[in-house]
Each structure stands twice: as C-alpha cells, then as structure tokens.
Design a binder for this molecule. Structure first.
Ligand code: SF4
Length: 339
C-alpha cells in the first residue's frame, strides 16, 4: 500500500530503511510530496558531501558499435551515421585543456567498438593518469585481462549502465545480450578493483514504476559508487524513433530516491534533463545530484555520437553556472571523496 509522504515518513525511512513500496511511493509522489523529498535529498547530500559538486569532462572517442540496442542511434544497423575513432594525441590534448580549466576527472567514453585494442586504450589512460587526473571509463564489455591492464595504466572507475532491471525488457532492448551477464560483469569490475557506476534509462517502452523500484534495489545490491539516470529520447533511424520521450518529473523523483536510498553515491545531473526542460540539470541538483559532466568531444564529431537525436551539449560555462545557481560550491572529485 502506498502511503502519504510527509517529513515524519521520510525521517522514519532514512533511519529504518526503505521498502520496495516506499521506493514506489517516492516515484509516484505528488508535487508537494516531491518538494519534501527533494529537500530531504539535499539534506542527505549536505551531510555526506557538504554543499559541493564537481565537474568531470567526457570525450566520446569511438562510435563504431557491434551492438544493436534498439534505443541507440549508434547501433550497428544504422548506416546513416559516419563512424570515427579519435587519434590518441587528440584525446590527450583535450584532457590537457580540461585540466587547464580546473577539471581533474576525465571520462573516456566509447561505444562497444572493436576499432581499438587494450594496449591502445591503456596508453591513452596512462598518459592522462600521469597528468594526475582521475580516469573514468565507460567503454562496454571487453576481456577480463583488459580490465587489469587498464587498471594498471591508471583507470579506477568504470560505468556500465544496466539500462533496466527488467530481464525481458533488457533482452528486448539489447538483442543478443543477457541482463545476468551484464550484472555479472559489474561484479567482476568491482572484484578487479574498480569503483563502479550503473543506472537505468528511464522511459523505455513497457517500463513500469515497479521495474524502476527494482532498478534502485539492484543498484543498492551492487553497492554502486556512482548511480545515474538518463531520460529516454528517441534517436533517428532506430526501432524506437517514433516513441515518446521519458518523463522528466519521474526522473527527478528517481534522483531523489537514489540520494535518499543509496545515500553515499555520486549522482550526475545528466544532459537529457536539460535537453527536455530548460534548467533541467539545475532541477537535478535540487533533487540531490552532485556531479555534472562537460562534453569535450570535438564539435566536428559529437553529432555522430548519437545516443539520441539533437543532443544537448553541456559546456563549461553552463556547468559552472548551474552549480552556482544550485547554491553549491565547485570542488574536485578527489576533494569531495577525500581520496
Ligand atoms: S547503447 Fe552503447 S552498446 Fe548499445 S548500440 Fe549504443 S553505443 Fe552500442
């Protein structure tokens, strides 16, 4: 049974824990209830991290993909988009620009590409790590030996989004892949020393509030260090190109639920919120987020990294202004985490 949410309700759950029904109640909360939840989420963030947030820089370095995810413009069947792999020197020079601008976390993101090998990426990681930057990877599933190689090169964090905890939906959306394999892979990453990140794509066709509650429980079970939610936006040339966008307000409630339930996790204000609503990323910070990612993919290529169509590209000025408007102070990841 879903209960009315008030300050006492929230405090009791923060002390005693949240049931699955409690998580559903958060996701289904009224606007007035959501305001209380956002306020409590900001308080949890304040207690754990202070009123601080950090900026990381992402470069999307390869968009060739062997996968056929139905929601993604880079799926292998999409012959419309030009494919690219960046030159290592260009990747490193972008990292240098990020560092000159005070950003100390560099996020190397790519589709599940077979255009580069472990040594190629290891060399890039080592060069950036030697600049005293934190290296975060989001490059899909590779060989276990590669994980160790990249860890030795200096990578410490790895994001592998589970997209949905619903097995049937996952296997429909990602043909040829099994949810169990992806979860096993997240656990392997942890065993090999990485901080791990995961999260759902909110608004997939057929997704339910029950399955979103299960996403939260799954992330708790995985003990993620980083948790995120993106709101579905259709990409041209995909089986989902005519499907409606996801619900931003539900996404904001999901962020608050992550902060209240998972507590000690890094939560990004993702660009899909800003793409769908002006000041959407500011609203994410208001719901408990504490990270924002600046897109530093070279402008000549970034439209070809088509996770969804007509992307919003977060620039440094926008990121800094959003942190300031949220009443937060900018810091670095290592300072925030005391690493
Ligand atoms: S979501 Fe990732 S793995 Fe799936 S098709 Fe797109 S780039 Fe490839």
């Amino acid at each position: 049974m879903l209960l009315n949410i008030d300050a006492g309700w929230i405090e009791k759950r923060l002390n005693d824990g949240f049931s699955r029904d409690d998580l559903k109640a958060i996701l289904l909360s009224s606007d007035a209830e959501a305001d209380l939840l956002y306020s409590a989420a900001r308080e949890v963030r304040r207690e754990l991290f202070g009123d601080r947030a950090f900026i990381r820089a992402v470069i999307e370095f390869a968009n060739t993909c062997r996968c056929s995810c139905k929601y993604c413009g880079m799926r292998t069947e999409n012959t419309e988009i030009p494919r690219f792999t960046l030159d290592p020197d260009e990747i490193v020079s972008v990292a240098e620009i990020a560092l000159e601008n005070g950003i100390k976390t560099f996020f190397l993101q790519a589709a599940e590409s077979e255009e580069y090998n472990a040594e190629w990426l290891g060399d890039v990681i080592r060069r950036i790590s030697d600049m005293d930057m934190m290296v975060l990877l989001c490059v899909g599933i590779h060989r276990i030996d590669d994980l160790d190689y990249w860890y030795e090169a200096g990578a410490r964090k790895f994001i592998l989004k589970h997209e949905t905890s619903n097995k049937e939906l996952f296997e429909d959306m990602k043909p040829g892949f099994l949810l169990d394999d992806r979860l096993r892979w997240l656990r392997i990453l942890r065993e090999h020393g990485y901080h791990i990140g995961s999260g759902p794509l909110l608004g997939l066709p057929g997704q339910t509030v029950d399955s979103l509650a299960d996403d939260l429980i799954l992330m708790k079970d995985l003990n993620v260090d980083m948790s995120s939610v993106s709101v579905f936006l259709p990409a041209r040339g995909t089986p989902l190109e005519n499907y409606p966008v996801g619900d931003v307000d539900l996404g904001l409630r999901f962020i608050a639920a992550m902060r209240l339930y998972l507590k000690n996790t890094l939560i990004p204000a993702t660009s899909t919120f800003e793409r769908l609503r002006k000041d959407g990323q500011l609203l994410c910070f208001g719901a408990g987020a504490n990270v924002i990612t600046v897109n530093m993919t070279p402008p000549r290529l970034r439209d070809d990294y088509e996770l969804y169509s007509e992307r919003f590209y977060v620039g440094l000025e926008h990121a800094r202004r959003t942190i300031e408007l949220a009443g937060l102070q900018e810091t670095t990841e290592s300072d925030l985490l005391g690493e």
